[in-house]
Design a protein around this ligand. Structure first.
Ligand code: FDA
Length: 394
């Protein structure tokens, strides 16, 4: 015999908990199962422990997906302001860091506590340490789950098991397997919002600068992000690099403007007029981190007093500083990636309810779906919005 619910949600992360709350509030009997030892682990570790829970500037343009229109409906119906209203109702203090990114003043634990309080108020049952062993459709169109804690049945099943990033936090490819089991296409997955690794001469020249950070504009495949770059022991990271990593694949041309917003021709011309005897590395050390400027002049630029450069040489310096080609060898992979690109093909899902077009009663929400946000609170906003869409439709 299976214990019966109206809906079972697999995954007690951001999307699964939001979906369960909304369905529970509508009077449905909801069970959430998660194989991890506690709920919302990624929420807890997010935003450096302060959870960047949304972004007030969220638009569909902040997401990557094979179908860029898919996320529009859910995002329009559950906006950042809906989530902010919930946060405020629970008395959680927050602040804007930059570019609409909202963080808890104190701790991301408050967001998990808020979601658990809402689940309790809505009568949602949550089981952790619960591994799903098998999922089958029943004759009446419902679903039966065999788990490490017994058998459960429901007329609706919501897959909110997330992506592959940070396997040590409970991430698994379970949702993709389940999607395939029910005839859905799964688009190729890869790590996103992830540090890039360097090998060869770039690695040799930069690795001892680990910890050096500078503002850059990172460009790849027609997309650009202006923010900080951080040199790491294995390569490069920082917000500008994490953002562009979602648009980069091995072999793609990655360019960095090392002095974004600066008219380099004018700067070099000015130096040649007014600082004729100063060496390039000294002058660059005034506008870039000193050690980084020195390294550029050791390996990429010829260093001499400014008066000795001719016009083509100055143009070449401006070109290199404004369009520095950095050959990354790969990414750090799922071990450190914030998100997984790709996933359950949105072609098989309703954009208004997240329900499968093939199997009525089956839903996919959150990161398991092929919708991936930029860095800055957009991924949680997608989790809340897609969770709400399914929770209201079950
Ligand atoms: P999520 O991964 O949150 O939840 C999935 C749940 O399913 C997990 O609890 C997992 O244990 C469970 N599960 C998996 N397989 C299972 C199985 N077989 N059986 C049962 N349960 C299973 N985003 C953002 O907007 N702002 C931020 O500040 C950050 N910061 C951040 C930091 C770090 C280090 C990471 C790794 C990620 C972020 N993110 C982020 C991204 C954000 O965490 C992510 O997009 C959402 O958590 C996705 O929510 P989901 O509910 O879809 O999956």
């Amino acid at each position: 015999m299976s214990e019966r619910f109206d809906a079972i949600v697999i995954g007690a992360g951001a999307a699964g908990l939001m979906c369960a709350i909304v369905a529970g509030q509508r009077g449905l009997r909801v069970l959430v199962v998660d194989h991890a030892n506690k709920v919302g682990k990624k929420i807890l570790m997010s935003g450096g422990g302060r959870c960047n829970f949304t972004n007030t500037g969220t638009t569909p343009a902040n997401y990557l997906s094979a179908n860029p229109h898919f996320c529009k409906s859910a995002l329009a119906r559950y906006t950042p302001w809906h989530f902010i209203e919930l946060v405020e109702r629970h008395g959680i203090a927050y602040h804007e860091k930059e570019l609409g990114q909202l963080f808890c003043d104190e701790s991301s634990k408050q967001i998990v506590a808020m979601l658990l309080a809402e689940c309790e108020a809505a009568g949602v049952e949550i089981r952790t340490h619960c591994s799903v062993e098998d999922v089958q459709q029943t004759d009446d169109g419902g679903f039966r789950l065999r788990t490490s804690q017994g058998a459960f049945a429901a007329s609706s099943l919501v897959v909110a098991s997330g992506g592959l990033s940070i396997p040590s936090m409970g991430a698994s490819g379970f949702g993709y397997q389940l999607a395939k089991q029910f005839g859905h296409d799964v688009l190729p997955t890869r790590a996103g919002l992830v540090p890039l690794t360097l090998t060869g001469k770039h690695a040799e020249r930069l690795h001892d600068l680990a910890g050096v950070s500078l503002p850059v504009e990172a460009r790849c495949n027609g997309v650009s992000f202006r923010n900080f770059l951080l040199v790491t022991h294995r390569g490069i990271s920082g917000p500008a690099i994490l953002q562009i990593s979602s648009y980069w694949q091995p072999g793609d041309d990655l360019r960095l403007d090392l002095l974004p917003g600066t008219d380099l021709d004018a700067l070099l011309h000015d130096w040649q007029q007014r600082r004729r005897d100063a060496e390039l590395k000294t002058l660059l050390g005034e506008v870039l981190p000193k050690r980084f400027a020195q390294r550029l002049c050791e390996h990429w630029l010829a260093n001499k007093p400014l008066r000795q450069y001719n016009a083509p040489e100055l143009r070449a310096i401006a070109e290199l500083l404004g369009n520095w080609p950095l050959v990354a060898s790969g990414t750090e992979g799922y071990r450190t990636a914030e998100v997984t690109l790709g996933g359950v093909d949105t072609d098989g899902l309703s954009s208004s309810t997240m329900m499968s077009k093939r199997v009525p009663g089956l839903y996919f929400i959150g990161e398991v779906v092929d919708v991936t946000g930029w860095l800055g609170g957009y991924n949680f906003q997608w989790a809340w919005a897609s969770g709400q869409a399914a929770g209201a439709a079950l």
